[in-house]
Design a protein around this ligand. Structure first.
Ligand SMILES: [Fe+2]
Length: 431
C-alpha cells in the first residue's frame, strides 16, 4: 500500500464537538478498553475539559500523559512491554506532534507485537516488520482469549452523521483516533513519526502509522497564542508552499497543497491575524491538515533543511525558523531562468505553469510582490524576520550551509539545484 492509498483510508471528521464524536464512537463500537495518550498543557486548557473528563471516567479510559522527553527507545520499550498484559479496543491520541507520534509508534509496535529494538533491526536491514497481528487486530498477547469485540468486527468510519458508524469495508482498519491540539505538524494525517535513540533523532515512515480517524476540533487550538500561534501556523504554511514547489509534487499533493495555501492566504488577508475566531481556527486547522497530507506525499525542501541548525543551535522556534528563508528561496524560484538547473524529473514548461499558479494563489505578480507579502505577513504575525535578532551572525552561515547540505534529501526536493554559494547568499540576505 502506498502513502496515497493510506491517506484515502483515513476518515477526517471536522467538528466543534469532539467529545460528542468520541462518545458516539465509543458507544457505537462498544469499546470497553481504550488507551489514551495526551499532552499536559493543551489537554488541560481544552474549554470543555469537564465534559471530556466525564466521558473518560465513564468509559474507563486508561490515560498516559506524554512528555516530549518520552519519545525515546527506553520509554517506548517500557510502554510496549506493559501493553503485553493489556487489551485495547482503540487508541486515542489528543495532543501535538509528540503525543500523536508516541501513539503512532506504540500502536504500531503493539499491534504487530514487536519491540522497538526489533523494529530498529528490521529497519537497519531495510525489511518490513512482521504483520502477524495486523489482521487479528488484537492488541496485547495474540493468544488473548478475552479479545473483545474488535477482533471479530470490521471497522470503518465514513461519515459521522450516519447513525451507525460501521460501514462495510474489505479492510479491517485499526481504531486509532488522533485529535490534534495544534496547527503545523499535520501529524494526525501522516505516516511519519520521530523518536530519539541515544539522543539521535530517528524517523519512522510506514503506512501503518497513519491514524484511521482524525477528529479536527478547533477548540483544542485555543491555547495557541502570540508567537507560539505564529510559529505553528508558519510551519504549516511554509510546508504547504514547499510541497507545492517540491520536485516530488503530484496531482494529488498539489490538490492538498492548494487547499492549504488558499485557507492560509485567505486568513492572512485579515488585519488582525493574532486573535482568530473559533471558525477561523477551524479553517486553519483544515488548512493545516491539508498541508500535512500534501507533505506526506512530497516531503519538505530547503526551508526545512536550513531550519534545523537554527533551532538546534540558536533556539529559533521551528515554524519561525522555516519561515526565515522562505522569502529568499521563493525569490530564487521566481528569478530562476536556467531550466538546466531544474531537477531532472521536472518538466520546465509544466513547472513554469506551476509557479504561475502558485503566484496566483498568493496574489503575486512580480518577485518584488513576494518580498512585500512576506514582510507584511511577518508584521501581522509579529515575527522578527532577521537572523540577527535570533543571535545568528555572518560567521555562523557556513555551518548552516554545511548542515543543510548534509540533509541532502530535503535539499534535493527543492525544484532547482542549489549551489552552496546560492544558499549562503539567501542566508546572508536574511541577516
Ligand atoms: Fe515543519
Amino acid at each position: 500500500m502506498n502513502s496515497s492509498d493510506q491517506i484515502n483510508r483515513q476518515s477526517i471528521i471536522p467538528t466543534f464537538d469532539s467529545v460528542g464524536v468520541l462518545r458516539k464512537l465509543i458507544d457505537t463500537h462498544k469499546w470497553a478498553h481504550i488507551k489514551l495518550f495526551h499532552g499536559s498543557s493543551s489537554f488541560s486548557k481544552y474549554p470543555f475539559h469537564a465534559d471530556l473528563e466525564k466521558l473518560l471516567r465513564e468509559a474507563k479510559v486508561e490515560s498516559y500523559t506524554v512528555k516530549p522527553s518520552d519519545l525515546n527507545v527506553e520509554t517506548i520499550s517500557k510502554i510496549v512491554r506493559q501493553a503485553k498484559t493489556k487489551h485495547w479496543d482503540a487508541v486515542v491520541a489528543i495532543g501535538g506532534g509528540s503525543v500523536i507520534d508516541m501513539a503512532k509508534i506504540i500502536s504500531f509496535l503493539v499491534r504487530r507485537d514487536v519491540s522497538i529494538e526489533a523494529y530498529l533491526k528490521c529497519s537497519a536491514r531495510n525489511v518490513d516488520i512482521p504483520k502477524q497481528t495486523i489482521l487479528g487486530a488484537s492488541v496485547g498477547r495474540s493468544n488473548d482469549k478475552a479479545s473483545g469485540a474488535f477482533r471479530s468486527k470490521r471497522f470503518a468510519v465514513e461519515n459521522v452523521s450516519k447513525s451507525t458508524l460501521s460501514v462495510s469495508s474489505e479492510e479491517i482498519i485499526w481504531p486509532f483516533i488522533a485529535i490534534p491540539t495544534t496547527f503545523g505538524t499535520g501529524s494526525e494525517s501522516t505516516q511519519f513519526a520521530t523518536f530519539y535513540r541515544n539522543q539521535q533523532k530517528q524517523s519512522m515512515d510506514h503506512p501503518s502509522l497513519m491514524p484511521s480517524i482524525a477528529i479536527l476540533d478547533s477548540h483544542w487550538t485555543t491555547h495557541l497564542k502570540g508567537i507560539t500561534f505564529s510559529s505553528v501556523l508558519m510551519d504549516a504554511f511554509v510546508q504547504a508552499i514547499e510541497s507545492y514547489w517540491s520536485a516530488n509534487a503530484t496531482d494529488e499533493s498539489l490538490y492538498f497543497a492548494t487547499q492549504a495555501i488558499l485557507a492560509f492566504a485567505f486568513f492572512f488577508e485579515n488585519e488582525d491575524c493574532l486573535n482568530p475566531s473559533i471558525q477561523q481556527r477551524m479553517a486553519l486547522l483544515l488548512g493545516s491538515n491539508a498541508s500535512g497530507r500534501a507533505i506526506q506525499l512530497t516531503k519538505t525542501t530547503a526551508c526545512h533543511a536550513l531550519s534545523y541548525p537554527m533551532t538546534a543551535h540558536f533556539g529559533v522556534p521551528h515554524g519561525i525558523a522555516v519561515f526565515l528563508t522562505m522569502p529568499g528561496l521563493f525569490h530564487f524560484i521566481l528569478k530562476a531562468n536556467d531550466p538546466k538547473k531544474l531537477r531532472s524529473n521536472i518538466d520546465s514548461d509544466q513547472f513554469s505553469q506551476r509557479v504561475s499558479a502558485l503566484k496566483t494563489l498568493l496574489g503575486f505578480k512580480t518577485p518584488e510582490d513576494a518580498q512585500t507579502y512576506f514582510v507584511n505577513l511577518a508584521n501581522k504575525l509579529k515575527i522578527n524576520r532577521s537572523l540577527r535578532s535570533y543571535g545568528i551572525d555572518e560567521k555562523h552561515l557556513s555551518l548552516f550551509v554545511q548542515d543543510a547540505f548534509a540533509v541532502s534529501s530535503r535539499m534535493g526536493n527543492y525544484p532547482y539545484q542549489l549551489e552552496q554559494e546560492d544558499v549562503y547568499k539567501i542566508l546572508k540576505d536574511a541577516l
